[in-house]
Each structure stands twice: as structure tokens, then as C-alpha cells.
Design a protein around this ligand. Structure first.
Ligand SMILES: [Zn+2]
Length: 432
């Protein structure tokens, strides 16, 4: 085992989180969109910090970045590793911790555990998770696992019409990605993930409210997103008596409240949100004749999600029928709930108990890179640290240095234990 040339402390973690947050576009909070100049500067800064720690930094064709023992040969077939990390991109005007905390934890864990254990531990910064620039649905993790296609390189466009392929090419010219492989599978594996651990801030209020230091996340919620079209009758607002109206917006208002009531009746982990409503013609003096309503339901169980969806549809249809309003609904997108590794969660709980860290099992309401790994069959775990007031995707995002360090320390010890055991109890069969 080679100790890192720099002492890894809570102060170093905080200092590097500050430094990473400065790679951002102008404006409040952190704005680091995938493959933009700030992202590239952050990418190069991380590679330099890896070198300071005695590690190699290897990028792949999607701009994912791996921090590893220089003795480990990337793309060597049949050599599984434990990946620890998260995403480098941020939402516009996001916070300092979302993604960055997991990236730096992975970098530092890889340095501390270099040369130890049967399974090597490799730090990971995925290129994109937030849909910060392309609506690509977790491009970083998907490309790393060979689940992103060549067709997406040209089909995905940012708000300026720049394709993912062109953005990657410009990142490659700045040293932040390697060349794409020819053919239908442009992304080749740099390391084979035997397990994936993602340290992340909670982004919700549960840990803070319950005064806990850690969340062992064993499930990621799924969702269904629906677009409802309501058709009533546009008529003069001054001459149409109230009982004669077929007001599409008033019907939508009832549906919004029905969605809220349904989730409240079900209780956690059921969630329902009406994210947008647009009435036409949108005038003071016309009863709204048409309305488009966006609805989303979330749940951690597939059955629960299906029940929420069918009950919401039933209640909306009843409202529409009572009001004489036409109602058509289509599913716009969906994500199935993703169970993470029960064995990794059990190993994490055991360690938290041994270390006397107050913790709980929980589900994540938001998608994360770990979910993509789990779906691909890689045993995966999310570890949450508390977020002040649960605020995230905001410049107000905050976790104190003590809580960050507790989480880091815990993930390091968990990775060390798993590495030493060669994945015993989690990997079946063990090894390559
Ligand atoms: Zn995140």
C-alpha cells in the first residue's frame, strides 16, 4: 500500500469542494453544463489533483473520468473494480455539493485505498447526469456501461443546436475525452464495474429532520409523466351563466387538487405533482375552452406506481365527466423504480452500526447514476449525507463539513472492506 502524498483531511475535502465550485458560469450558484468550458476546466483540475495524490486520471470517449492506481491498466479485459463517484455536471444555478461531493469522495477514496485489497477501488466522475445540456437521460453512466448508442451522438442537441457528437469532439480537443470507437457502439469500457458506490447529498429533509448522519439508499423511485388534454367550450365570460359552462381550466384545477389529495391519502413514498398547466385561449373575457395539464406520479414500488397512476386517471376522468369536459391522457415518459443492491445496503448498515453512526434505510426520490449501474446488473449503493433544510438544485444547497467528512470516512471504510473481501457477500460469483 502506498500512502497518498497529500494528507486527506476534512479540511482538504472542504477546500477542494470550494475549488471545484469555482468552475462555473457567471451567476448565482454553480452552473457547469456538460462539456462546456467550465466543465472542461473542472475536468482538467480534477486530473491534476489526481496526479497530486499519486493517481492516474483516465478519460473515456464520453468524457467520464476515472481516478486510479497508475499500475492499473485501463481497458484491460476481465479486471473488475469498485467504482466510487458521482457526476461532474450541475443544473443551472445549482449548488456546490450535488455531484461534486461524490466525485471528490471517489477521488480521495481511490487515493487512500490505492494498492489495498483484492478488488481495486477507482474514483469516478461521470460526464453528465443532470440533463444539464442534453436531454440524454444519464448519459455518463449509460455510455460507461455501453448503453448509449451512436445514433444518440447526432440526435441529442443542446439549446444552441450543438450535437452531443460535436460537444464531445470539442471536449476531446481540450483533453477531456478520448476518440469515439467506430460503428454502432462508440463507447468502450474503460474499467469493468464490479460494484458502484455513489456518495451524494440527500437533497431532501429526512436525515436532517431525524438527526441522522447517513442514509443507506436501497431503492430509487420511479415515475410516470402524463400529458392530459382537456376540451371544454370557449364562450364569452360575461354572458355565459355559471351552470352552462364547460370550463377546461376549472376542471384542470380540480384535477391538480385531486392529484395532491391522492398522494396525501397514500402517504410516503407516494408523490404526485402537477408541474404545468396551460389554458387556451388565455384571455380575461373567455371561459377557457381547452387546457393542457402535466401530471407526474412517483413511487418506489412498481405496484404502488401503477396503483397511483390508475387511481389518478380514474379521479380525473370522473371530474371531467361531471363537468362535461373531454379528457384525453397520454404517457410522455416513465422510469421504473430501481432496487439497488440489498447485499451492499446490508453491508453498509452493518458498518454504520459498528461505527456508531446514526443512520436509516431510505429510498431516493430522484434519479442518480447508481440507478443506471443497478439496472445494468452491477451491485450498486447510494450513500446520503444530510442536506440543510433539504434544499438542492439551488445556490442555498449546504451540508456542513462534519457531515461531509462522516459520509466520506464511512464510504472509504465500506469500500476498503469490500475491496479486502474481494466483494464477498455482494458479488455472486466473486471475482471476474
Ligand atoms: Zn446529483
Amino acid at each position: 500500500m502506498t500512502p497518498p502524498p497529500i494528507e486527506i483531511t476534512s479540511a482538504l475535502l472542504s477546500e477542494w469542494l470550494d475549488a471545484l465550485s469555482r468552475f462555473s458560469a457567471e451567476g448565482p450558484g454553480v452552473t457547469r453544463l456538460a462539456f462546456d468550458e467550465h466543465w472542461c476546466q473542472a475536468h482538467r483540475w480534477l486530473a491534476a489533483r489526481a496526479a497530486d495524490l499519486g493517481l492516474a486520471a483516465t478519460a473515456d470517449a464520453a468524457g467520464n473520468l476515472f481516478f486510479h492506481d497508475p499500475a492499473l491498466v485501463p481497458a484491460a479485459p476481465g479486471s473488475p473494480v469498485i467504482l466510487v463517484g458521482s457526476h461532474l455536471d450541475s443544473v443551472a444555478s445549482g449548488g456546490r455539493f450535488d455531484g461534486a461531493y461524490g466525485v471528490l469522495s471517489g477521488l480521495l477514496v481511490a487515493a487512500e485505498l490505492r494498492g489495498r485489497g483484492t478488488l481495486p477501488v477507482v474514483g469516478l466522475a461521470t460526464c453528465e447526469e443532470e440533463e444539464s445540456r442534453f436531454h440524454g437521460n444519464l448519459l455518463g453512466a449509460r455510455s460507461l456501461l455501453g448503453l448509449a448508442s451512436a445514433a444518440e451522438l447526432d440526435a441529442l442537441l443542446d439549446s444552441d443546436g450543438v450535437s452531443w457528437r460535436r460537444a464531445l469532439e470539442s471536449a476531446r480537443l481540450r483533453g477531456c475525452a478520448t476518440a469515439l470507437a467506430p460503428g454502432a457502439s462508440p463507447f468502450t469500457a474503460t474499467f469493468r464495474a464490479a460494484m458502484m458506490i455513489e456518495p451524494h447529498i440527500e437533497q431532501g429533509p429526512v436525515l436532517e429532520t431525524e438527526r441522522l448522519g447517513l442514509g443507506v439508499v436501497d431503492r430509487v423511485a420511479g415515475y410516470r409523466r402524463l400529458r392530459a388534454i382537456l376540451s371544454g367550450e370557449a364562450r364569452h365570460s360575461g354572458t355565459t351563466p355559471m351552470p352552462a359552462r364547460r370550463d377546461a381550466l376549472a376542471a384542470a384545477a380540480e384535477m391538480i387538487l385531486a392529484a395532491e389529495t391522492l398522494a396525501m391519502e397514500n402517504g410516503p413514498p407516494a408523490l404526485a405533482t402537477a408541474g404545468s398547466v396551460r389554458a387556451r385561449p388565455g384571455l380575461f373575457n373567455v371561459v377557457p375552452g381547452a387546457c393542457e395539464l402535466w401530471l407526474e406520479v412517483r413511487h418506489v414500488e412498481l405496484d404502488g406506481l401503477a396503483r397511483l397512476l390508475s387511481e389518478l386517471e380514474r379521479r380525473c376522468k370522473a371530474i371531467a365527466a361531471r363537468r362535461g369536459v373531454g379528457f384525453a391522457i397520454e404517457q410522455v415518459s416513465s422510469q421504473a423504480p430501481a432496487p439497488l443492491s440489498p447485499d451492499l445496503a446490508a453491508a453498509a448498515e452493518r458498518l454504520a452500526e459498528e461505527q456508531g453512526i446514526a443512520h436509516r434505510r431510505m429510498a431516493s426520490g430522484a434519479a442518480h447514476d447508481a440507478m443506471v449501474f443497478a439496472r445494468a446488473g452491477v451491485p450498486s449503493l447510494l450513500v446520503f449525507v444530510p442536506s440543510r433544510r433539504g434544499i438542492s438544485h439551488s445556490p442555498e444547497e449546504f451540508t456542513d463539513a462534519g457531515a461531509l467528512w462522516t459520509g466520506y470516512h464511512f464510504v472509504r471504510d465500506l469500500a476498503a472492506r469490500l475491496a479486502a473481501g474481494g466483494g464477498t457477500g455482494v458479488l455472486r460469483p466473486v471475482g471476474p
